[in-house]
Design a protein around this ligand. Structure first.
Ligand code: AMP
Ligand code: MG
Length: 412
């Protein structure tokens, strides 16, 4: 780790991952509900897929030794998907066959129906048919005994389809994490209640909950907690008994109402970090009993950026996911549409809009309002635009890194 009083994002992630242990408990999850869960056991294929040679097309199964263009063959039967009987096929003969139907043992090729002319019970081949043509061979997708996934793999939608093709109804996954979420601040009011002078509606728990919902966790709402050390202490002491992770927002600075530090110093082992990202500092990390504690800054944009960039990598590690790259987010290159001057020092996650021009190039424009309290620009943005810590000037046309909020989401 560097000696700078600032911690780089990658050092912060590496430190958090090295100081925390993945969960060990596992459970069975229904395959259909397993997307996003992390495998607790490797998956070894218990059978071949496909389990037998079958036709990739609608056509005629034949012996490839009869497969010369111009040959006329007699159609002696037909096989459909699901048939288990095998018609005998002699030299000079063929059978009608449908996609997915088992290839008769006497045949070794299929000609597609578009490449024959048929008259009564005879077909004439219009093209040459080579051995294995249009046949899906036994085990060509999955071979029995293959390791399909290692433990620590997070399942995608297509993975679950693959597991279903093996006939599996459930998989062994690590148990879900319980994440306690609280917001600190005397000024905060729950939606649905009237606002008094000086108060604002609480929004961080909504943003953080939405971001964490992608990661298959149980979220426990610990409410809004007043800026009173005793109240905060009580809430944290109760929460640490049944939460794997406790996330708080607000109160981690050095203001007169910032009680998170003294309370946590008393209750657990917490470090107060200045992570060199903007927005984002300060950030608290440590342990409260058996729970991992993450203290987010109170400004809504900072709370979300630190959740995505710092908390999510720890959650993924705790969930048992392996092979996590340090920079865990998909990063693309886009061309900047204007000049930027700024003070170097921190990796800046600017809220920006990217789009694709007619040539297919990604173009990115940062939004005007970059204050960490401004939620409108966050909502208008469709990506983060990253400005490296050392850069003090960027020019129109420079290539910069962007992290799309959602590939499938809005492309403004
Ligand atoms: P703090 O980190 O507690 O000093 O808060 C920084 C700023 O963020 C203040 O303007 C707070 O009012 C605001 N803030 C803190 N927590 C929340 C929250 N949960 N929802 C909306 N704004 C918040
Ligand atoms: Mg506060």
């Amino acid at each position: 780790m560097s000696n700078s009083p600032w911690l780089s994002l990658s050092d912060a992630i590496a430190t958090m991952q090295s100081q925390t242990q993945p969960v060990s408990g596992s459970e069975k999850a229904e395959i259909k509900a397993a997307v996003g869960r992390v495998l607790a056991q490797p998956v070894i294929a218990s059978l071949n897929v496909p389990p037998c040679n079958n036709s990739a097309m609608d056509g005629y199964a034949l012996k490839s030794s009869d497969g010369q263009a111009g040959n006329t063959l007699q159609v002696v039967g037909s096989v459909f998907a699901g048939d288990s009987e095998q018609p005998a096929v002699l030299a000079g003969q063929c059978v009608r066959i449908m996609t997915g139907a088992p290839i008769p043992t006497d045949c070794d090729a299929v000609i597609i129906q578009e490449n024959v002319s048929r008259e009564d019970n005879k077909i004439t081949l219009q093209t040459h048919t080579a051995p294995q043509a249009n046949i899906r061979l036994t085990g060509s997708d999955i071979t029995q005994g293959d390791q399909l996934f290692t433990a620590g793999h997070r399942l995608t939608a297509t993975d679950t389809m693959l597991l279903s093709s093996l006939g599996l109804a459930t998989v062994d996954v690590y148990r879900k994490l319980t994440i306690g979420l609280l917001a600190t601040g005397d000024e905060l009011v729950e939606a649905g209640n009237p606002l008094a002078v000086g108060q604002i509606y609480e929004s961080n728990r909504t943003g953080v909950t939405a971001l964490l919902q992608n990661w298959q966790v149980h979220i426990k709402n610990l409410g809004i907690v007043a800026d009173k050390p005793e109240t905060l202490k009580q809430v944290l002491q109760t929460a640490q008994q049944d939460c794997d992770v406790i996330i708080s927002s607000g109160g981690v600075s050095v203001g007169d109402a910032d009680f998170v530090k003294p309370v946590l110093d008393e209750l657990g082992e917490i470090g107060f970090w200045k992570v060199a990202i903007k927005p984002g500092k300060p950030f608290a990390f440590g342990r409260l009993g058996n729970a991992v504690f993450c203290g987010l800054p109170g400004n809504p944009v900072s709370a979300c950026v630190t959740t995505e960039q710092l908390v999510v990598p720890v959650i993924r590690h705790l969930q048992g996911e392996t092979g996590l790259a340090n920079g865990h987010r998909l990063t693309l290159k886009a061309q900047l549409t204007g000049d930027i001057r700024r003070r170097a020092g921190r990796l800046d996650f600017q809220r920006a809009v990217f789009s694709q021009n007619e040539a297919g190039t990604l173009m990115v424009t940062p939004l005007a309002k970059q204050s960490s309290g401004v939620m409108t620009s966050f909502s208008q943005a469709n990506c983060y635009m990253l400005i490296p810590a050392e850069a003090d000037e960027l020019k129109s046309g420079d290539w910069v890194d962007i992290q799309p909020f959602s590939i499938a989401g809005k492309l403004n």
